[in-house]
Design a protein around this ligand. Structure first.
Ligand SMILES: Cc1ncc(C[n+]2csc(CCOP(=O)(O)OP(=O)(O)O)c2C)c(N)n1
Length: 608
């Protein structure tokens, strides 16, 4: 009688025994097969059965208990950017899931892979209004909030859907143009069990790289071979596809100047003679001049955001046309989106760069670029940009300029140290002024510029690269958005060094008010006590010590190197270094290299 039962027959499919798994166990077993080392999140009644499945698998899946779900996603995002490998985040139903929004949006804009799973109302009580279900308009519908900020969302309603959904989630998140995905799993589905096989990740995913159309590659190579002032713009796609070697080889073959976007920084060593820094409003004079005068621009893995292009103002960062644009991207939607292309190639950055190099080798010899006037021009423009930065970088002012701090910080770090930045002057000036020498060593919340990102993201970076020095440079505003995660750093003994640039306010925004609206238009951007007008911030040393961090204040430039080295010597304790920085305008800011479209109220325009 028993041998005829359908469930027994299913258990022995293919002669092997398939045990029953709960929904939570299907997730946990799949994560183990996928090789996910950390699961990051916060338990609640809405994900209790999923979290319980992690309990007996702690040897393979290490739990990181963050203090806020936004931080869980930022941590996983940092881990992915540093390593190219995704983590898994878990949240409860309702507020736990909603708290992930900023983390997910940040990962989406910068094409970073994160897999998130949240609890949802029991399927048999959808719409009743169980605790933390928001059912007044639609039942069990948190996923609608996530639709515009994820690559894909699912709400499963049966436990046997989970093997299919979980392998799809990892495939969609990590292949093509990477991005975050979100799965909603009702509480009963997490607890129910079914007799299924756990999918083999590699059987559900393509391998290899997407190569470009050979005819288009040939056409691109012909245009590049004829270029006199070629520029290559490297975006985050170059780093994502590990194409730095090919980028440098192609640049050296042609004698092309290489500029990068914020996400592409590090794709070429920044002491390479062909590295011409960056284009854009926060770019460099050098990058803007070269890019706007290029006869041919090869853009790889970038989306031409407004900051890269000086808000598309013709002639400031780019002049397309007459510059001929060859645009390579894995996502066809980026090609031709912001600028007309001479040639648009859909493909993986590494594969297409290899193809272009092969095609060029068949049509021309490697240029002796050091002998060309164009090379001398590149060097002249680089010197000019360095001169522009010098007064801020060499300033002896106290409080220190951000530029001087970054200049000293570079001296304290190894060549392959990783810096993390999120928003404000710290982010912009790390990008513009802090040289890095390899991919994945400048980790920044590029397109979202999300305050609160640096503290948790740096934890993910350090978990991904435990042998590298990891230093986060945060504004005081950025730091105060997620400084609760110092508790996570202390609990898990993650020795990140946090430098908090304390200028008593959101001064990048104040300086924008002064730059664009007028020197008397600063408003609601400094931190001052109501009655006395004194500058105010919490005592960051006491705050750090209260969490159990090592803490230090550094006021003079010559104190920076010893303080950083001392902090880096700690192997199991995070450090917070408070650096009071200039708040007097314009010493408070870096250099605007291009143009940014900040609309001015009509009443201010009328005043002239
Ligand atoms: C979550 C979030 N809210 C608002 C902003 C807008 N914003 C950009 S920079 C900035 C100020 C950043 O302050 P801080 O971290 O202290 O750096 P500073 O501007 O002083 O260099 C603000 C409010 C943002 N980027 N992210």
């Amino acid at each position: 009688m028993y041998l005829d039962s359908p469930s027994i027959i299913r258990m022995f499919v293919g002669g092997s025994f398939m045990p029953d798994y709960t929904g939570g166990e299907i997730i946990a077993e799949y994560l183990i097969k996928e090789g996910v080392p950390y699961v990051v999140g916060i338990p609640g009644h809405g994900n209790l059965a999923m979290v319980d499945a992690f309990k007996d698998r702690e040897d393979s899946l290490k739990i990181i208990q963050v203090r806020h779900e936004q931080a869980a996603v930022h941590l996983a995002d940092g881990y992915y950017r540093a390593s190219g490998r995704p983590l898994f985040c878990f949240t409860s139903i309702g507020p736990g899931a909603y708290n992930t929004v900023v983390g997910i949006a940040t990962a989406f804009v910068d094409s970073s892979a994160v897999v998130v799973a949240s609890g949802e109302a029991h399927t048999y009580m959808f719409g009743r209004g169980v605790l933390q279900e928001n059912e007044r308009k639609y039942w069990a519908d948190t996923l609608s909030v996530m639709r515009p900020i994820t690559k894909r969302v699912w709400r499963v309603t049966r436990v046997d859907q989970l093997p299919f959904v979980i392998h799809q989630a990892f495939r969609i998140s990590t292949t093509g143009r990477p991005g975050p995905v979100h799965i909603f799993i009702p509480m009963d589905v997490q607890a129910d069990s079914v007799n299924v096989e756990i999918p083999e990740p590699t059987k559900h995913r393509s391998a290899g790289r997407v190569r470009g159309d050979p005819l288009l590659v040939k056409r691109a190579a012909e245009i590049l071979a004829g270029a006199e002032r070629p520029v290559i713009l490297a975006g985050g796609g170059v780093i994502a596809s590990n194409a730095s070697r090919e980028l440098v080889e192609l640049a050296e073959y042609l004698g092309a100047a290489v500029i990068t976007t914020m996400m592409g920084k590090g794709a070429i060593p920044e002491d390479h003679p062909l590295c011409a820094f960056y284009a854009g409003s926060k770019g460099s004079s050098c990058g803007n001049k070269l890019a706007s005068n290029a006869d041919v621009l090869l853009a790889v893995g970038c989306r031409f955001a407004d900051e890269t292009t000086s808000s598309y103002k013709h002639g400031v960062s780019f002049s397309i046309p007459p510059t001929k644009l060859i645009h390579v991207d894995i996502d066809p939607n980026e090609i031709g989106k912001n600028y007309p292309t001479e040639v648009g190639i859909v493909g993986d950055a590494k594969a297409v760069l290899q193809q272009i190099i092969e095609a060029l080798k068949a049509m021309m010899n490697k240029r002796k670029y050091e002998d060309l006037p164009y090379f001398r021009k590149i060097q002249e423009l680089k010197r000019e940009w360095k001169k522009i930065l010098e007064p801020l970088q060499k300033s002896d002012k106290i409080p220190m300029t951000t530029s001087r701090f970054l200049f000293e910080l570079r001296k304290a770090l190894n060549r392959d140290a990783i810096v993390v930045g999120a928003a404000g002057h710290a982010q912009a000036q790390l990008f513009q002024e802090f040289p890095v020498y390899g991919p994945r060593t400048h980790i920044s919340s590029g397109g979202m510029s999300t305050m609160g990102w640096a503290v948790p993201a740096a934890l993910g970076v350090k978990l991904a690269k435990p042998d590298k020095q990891v230093v986060a440079v945060c504004g005081d505003g950025d730091f105060q958005m997620t400084c609760q995660e110092l508790a996570t750093a202390v609990q898990y003994e993650i020795p990140v060094v946090y430098c908090v640039l304390n200028n008593y306010g959101w001064l990048s925004i104040r300086d924008l008010q002064l730059d664009v609206y007028g020197v008397n238009r600063g408003f609601a951007t400094e931190f001052r006590k109501k009655s006395t007008g004194e500058l105010y911030n919490p005592d960051f040393l006491k705050l750090a010590e209260a969490f159990g961090c090592n803490a230090k204040r550094v006021e003079k430039p010559d104190e920076v190197v010893p303080a950083i080295k001392e902090a880096l010597a700690l192997t199991d304790q995070p450090t917070v270094i408070e650096v009071p920085t200039q708040y007097e305008y314009p010493w408070s800011e870096g250099k605007n290299a291009g143009w940014w479209d900040v609309p001015i109220p009509t009443y201010l325009k009328k005043k002239g």
